[in-house]
Design a protein around this ligand. Sequence first.
Ligand code: HEM
Length: 98
Amino acid sequence: MFIAVSTFTIANDMAPEVRDAFINRPHLVDNAPGFVKMDVMSAKDNPNEIWLMTYWTDEEHYTVWYKNHMRASHQDIPKGLKLVPHSSKVLYFNHISG
Ligand code: HEM
């Protein structure tokens, strides 16, 4: 399995809206070929810091989704959301064991 971990930190007071947007996420990615599952978390010491883990059968399927369907999956990002500059990153992992 291939895992993409994405993180960003909310700079304004919109953490509740972001949380709701993830709870009510569009679920488009669920039907993407190669998608396995995703988890969304906020850091215990900073609720504005969001971590998103998406699990894929392999990197190629993730890349296809990212290039072609990422935008549609973000159509409901709360208006007015501000991020801490340079806080957003994506890290990539190979799964070893569960
Ligand atoms: C800093 C940039 C990002 C922000 C602010 C952000 C924010 C969000 C929010 C608020 C949602 C909930 C759904 C919505 O509002 O439309 C969402 C969904 C999602 N995001 Fe992001 N995201 C970011 C970057 C990324 C990256 C880089 C990835 C991939 C590694 C990613 C993967 C996803 C996935 C898979 C969903 C679920 C979509 C679905 O249900 O179809 N996001 N994101």
